[in-house]
Each structure stands twice: as structure tokens, then as C-alpha cells.
Design a protein around this ligand. Structure first.
Ligand code: 5GP
Ligand code: ZN
Length: 116
């Protein structure tokens, strides 16, 4: 289990690790992925450290998913994708590598955008 003290995303939230911020409100933060699979690949996290969907509270979930359309529209305006995938890995065996809940917003640019 990752504690808040050794969590990369908690360190981004506190400003200890820099990240290119896309969106912020009192409960949610979004920033560009350090290794973008397409241009504008963004991670959306709750400010509260909850590990995965099995831990996610209703309050956190509501705040997070309420922010998603706003963030998607901001990405659409900034990068002009033709589509967007939303992805979430829960548990190491499911591909989760950072154990602070997050959604991947992956803008898509059509065939040949290099993803999927
Ligand atoms: P997961 O595999 O847990 O679904 O996704 C974790 C994501 O976090 C990966 O896409 C990875 O590139 C991203 N990531 C890991 N460390 C950092 C970091 O220090 N800064 C940023 N912006 N993204 C990170
Ligand atoms: Zn965390």
C-alpha cells in the first residue's frame, strides 16, 4: 500500500514535484501525464489520497466525475482532438502503477495518432 508520504501524486498536489497543471478546484486536480501517449494526455486525481476504485468514497467520486466534462472541454479547446478516451486502472494486475486514484484523459487524433 502506498502512503500519502511516498505518493507521487500527493507530492504533485503539494507542489513538491512539478507538473503542468490543466485544472484545479477544491477537491480535484488535473495535470499532464509525464509520459503522454498522445498530445494532451491528462491525469485527473482527487486531492484526497484514495488508492483505487475499491476505496473511492461517494463524495470523492462525485467531485471527480463532475470535473471531467469541464476538463475534457478544456482539452478539446486546447488540442483540438477528434475524440477522447477515459481510462482507469485499478490494482497492479490491472496496470495501475501509481496508487492514488486517477483517470487518464487521452485525446485522440484519428488513425495514426500512435495510441491503441
Ligand atoms: P497508471 O499506470 O497507474 O494507470 O498510470 C500512472 C501514470 O502516471 C502513468 O501514465 C505515468 O506516466 C504517470 N506518471 C508517473 N509519474 C509521474 C510524475 O511524476 N508526473 C506526472 N505528471 N505523471 C506521472
Ligand atoms: Zn496520493
Amino acid at each position: 500500500m502506498t502512503t500519502k508520504q511516498d505518493c507521487i501524486f500527493c507530492k504533485i498536489k503539494s507542489g513538491d514535484i512539478p507538473a503542468a497543471q490543466v485544472y484545479e478546484d477544491d477537491k480535484v486536480l488535473a495535470f499532464l501525464d509525464i509520459s503522454q501517449v498522445t498530445k494532451g494526455h491528462t491525469l485527473v486525481i482527487p486531492k484526497k489520497h484514495e488508492e483505487n476504485v475499491f476505496e473511492l468514497s461517494e463524495e470523492t467520486s462525485t467531485a471527480l466525475f463532475s470535473a471531467v466534462p469541464k476538463i475534457a472541454r478544456a482539452l478539446k479547446a486546447a488540442y483540438e482532438p477528434v475524440g477522447l478516451n477515459i481510462l482507469n486502472n485499478n490494482g497492479e494486475e490491472a496496470g495501475q502503477s501509481v496508487f492514488h486514484y486517477h483517470l487518464h484523459l487521452i485525446p485522440r487524433y484519428g488513425k495514426g495518432d500512435g495510441y491503441g
